[in-house]
Design a protein around this ligand. Structure first.
Ligand code: HEC
Ligand code: HEC
Length: 380
């Protein structure tokens, strides 16, 4: 490159880094071909299935975009799911042979006619049930690329620094570090995205070519005549790329209050779990490689106390939850895994367990300072 070209290229690079990412925008710097896949993947994500195109026989919704939709594709949704597992300390049984851990809330007309049910029965051996709101999936492609070593560097299972905050990584059943889902069970974005087709929509894909059971029982003959797999590998790959390329929204410009709130967020210890910025490792996708991005999570499991507790999953106990990334809070209407907090203040007040000390510091702040923290969160 000539010196002039180098100068132009680095200016473009700087412009790319400084670019504001709005909710639903792709990460800056994708190639034209990747932008094309993002657009085509969005079509798959937003498409709706019918029984004739593979929906069901059990399902929670007719397409990804029915749940991840607000304010744009990839955002939150008002669907609330039902999960159930059995906890026999220290082990967790996901009750797969009884149709767990997700009890789908809808059935196709054909299944309803055959079995007379309009949802999957909750596994009879369940020791707890959980409600799950549909979160944003923004920035998940970046979270996928945070090196394991960085996640492990935040873990402090024995609380060696005596701040009351421990944190340990979730694990998949085969022992890899988990990062996706409220209980950090799923290690890669790819697996979560591909798994959502059968679990949420009842659509089999080449990676999971057989329908899930109905409460552990096989599907009655004739109920699901569409040949498996019900979508192509190409469609799965495109939907995966759409989610992968969704950027992490940049915070709105902070006013005086917001800046004070951002400082307090660190000072009182929120940032011990909600790590403001993470950095990705190498990737063949240059726009995702070695990027610093707003994350507000350590991707670790924390004991949040008895009030928030529901189900176990993998190594996560009923009280353990993965630190929720704080992304696009400006558009959120309810908070926490079950949507039970109607405001940001309530969400903070319901933090317990390892977060109890930090929560109490928040509650002890003068009202103007508490409002400043909330103003900061509303800019995210
Ligand atoms: C019925 C509503 C619903 C549908 C349909 C749905 N999802 Fe989700 N999605 C959820 C819920 C609920 C969660 C949170 C799960 C949890 O709490 O562990 C979630 C979580 C995710 C996550 C992980 C986010 C995180 O923070 O770890 C990804 C990625 C995702 N969904 C992608 C998809 C894709 C791709 C599709 C379509 C194939 C899809 N979802 C369809 C409700 C839905
Ligand atoms: C010990 C780790 C920890 C600390 C400290 C902590 N949080 Fe959290 N935070 C979590 C976990 C885990 C969740 C998910 C809980 C759930 O979904 O029930 C969460 C959820 C949230 C949510 C809800 C996000 C959503 O999309 O629903 C907000 C807002 C939040 N935290 C803000 C804060 C603030 C502000 C502070 C400081 C006063 C703080 N947190 C301190 C771990 C922590």
């Amino acid at each position: 490159m000539t010196p002039q070209r180098v100068a132009v290229a680095s200016l473009l690079l700087l412009a790319g880094c400084a670019k504001v990412v709005k909710p639903g925008d792709p990460v800056p710097g994708l190639t034209r071909q990747q932008r094309d896949r993002f657009a085509r993947g969005k079509t798959v994500f937003d498409s709706t299935f019918t029984p004739a195109t593979g929906l069901g026989p059990l399902f929670n919704a007719t397409g990804c975009g029915e749940c991840h939709e607000d304010p744009v594709a990839g955002g939150r949704g008002d669907e609330i799911e039902l999960h159930a597992t059995a906890f026999h300390a220290p082990t967790c049984d996901p009750l797969v042979e009884e149709g767990g851990p997700v009890a789908q809330l809808h059935t196709t007309p054909a299944l309803k006619q055959a079995l007379g049910i309009d949802s999957e029965p909750v596994p009879p051996s369940a020791t707890a049930r959980a409600h799950r709101t549909s979160p944003v999936v923004f920035g998940r492609g970046l979270l996928d690329l945070v090196p394991d070593s960085e996640i492990l560097s935040y873990a402090d299972p024995d609380d060696r620094n005596h701040d009351g905050i421990r944190g340990r990584p979730g694990r998949s059943l085969d022992g890899r570090i988990g990062r996706f889902g409220r209980k950090a069970l799923v290690p890669t974005l790819r697996e979560f995205n591909a798994g959502a087709f059968p679990t949420e929509i009842g659509v089999t894909d080449p990676e999971q070519p057989t329908e899930e059971s109905i409460g552990g029982q096989p599907i009655p003959p004739g109920v699901d005549p569409v040949a498996d797999p019900e979508i192509t590998q190409d469609a799965v790959d495109l939907a995966d790329d759409f989610v992968r390329f969704l950027g992490a929204p940049t915070a709105a410009k902070l006013g005086k209050d917001g800046r004070r709130g951002r400082d307090l967020f660190s000072q009182i210890g929120c940032a011990s779990c909600h790590i403001p910025k993470l950095r990705t490792g190498p990737s063949p996708i240059r726009a995702l490689a070695r990027r610093e991005f707003p994350a507000y999570t350590d991707l670790l499991l924390h004991d949040m106390g008895p009030e928030l507790a529901d189900i176990c999953l993998g190594i996560a106990t009923p009280q353990d939850f993965r630190t929720e990334p704080l992304l696009d809070l400006r558009d959120a209407k309810t908070f926490l895994h079950d949507g039970q907090a109607a405001s940001l203040e309530q969400a903070i007040e319901r933090h317990g367990g390892e977060a109890a000390g930090v929560r109490d510091r928040f509650k002890a702040l003068p009202a103007a300072d508490r409002n400043a923290v909330v103003a900061f969160l509303k800019a995210l």
